[in-house]
Design a protein around this ligand. Structure first.
Ligand code: IMP
Ligand code: MG
Length: 175
């Protein structure tokens, strides 16, 4: 079956929005230290593009990989840590950088777990947000785009590990 990706959010629009969000973060944490936690693999492209546009903030990086048990394209709420952070969070201001918040199960679970490591604060920054799908509350501080209930790919997001490299957000369509 042939498939193609229809553009939903073009590259220029994403870049513009990332600059805007990076400025907000720079303002909020001006002169302070901020520890960015990238949720792999989906958050990787967004994290790089975001981080390089943050200014006047002392930035550090860490990476974490989690998987939700459950079938297909929806998460179950049971989150397994596949790769844990390298650094402790004690005394740090933390910003979790995620590709998309869908049901909210993943981040609801993850923030609770990371709070137990005694950070000063934890905030969430996501590229995409599907509020209509929310089942668990997630306090999102920075969100680039709210999107409808469609399965999207690109800019780090995958469909069966493919399409992560696309420089835009798109919807997979089958011909
Ligand atoms: P949640 O726990 O339902 O919020 O799931 C969030 C995770 O599901 C994201 O980090 C993605 O990995 C994945 N996900 C949810 N919606 C999409 C989508 O439209 N495209 C690609 N991955 C998605
Ligand atoms: Mg993800």
């Amino acid at each position: 079956m042939a498939e193609h990706v229809r553009v939903l959010i073009p590259e220029e629009q994403i870049e513009e929005k990332i600059v805007e969000i990076a400025d907000k973060i720079s303002e909020e944490y001006k002169g302070e230290s901020l520890h960015l936690i990238c949720i792999l693999k989906g958050g990787a492209m967004f994290m790089c593009e975001l981080a390089k546009r943050i200014h006047d903030v002392d930035i550090s990086f860490d990476f974490m990989s989690v998987s939700s048990y459950g079938a297909g394209t929806t998460s179950s709420g049971i989150v397994k840590i596949v790769k844990d952070l390298d650094e402790p969070l004690e005394g740090k201001k933390v910003l979790i950088v995620e590709d998309i918040i869908d049901t909210g199960h993943t981040l609801n679970h993850l923030t609770k777990l990371l709070y137990n490591r005694n950070p000063v604060s934890i905030e969430i920054c996501t590229l995409l947000n599907k509020p209509s799908r929310r089942e668990k509350e997630v306090p999102v501080k920075y969100s680039c785009f709210e999107i409808p209930d469609k399965f999207v790919v690109g800019y780090g997001l995958d469909y069966d590990q493919r399409y992560r490299n696309l420089p835009f957000i798109g919807v997979v369509e089958f011909d």
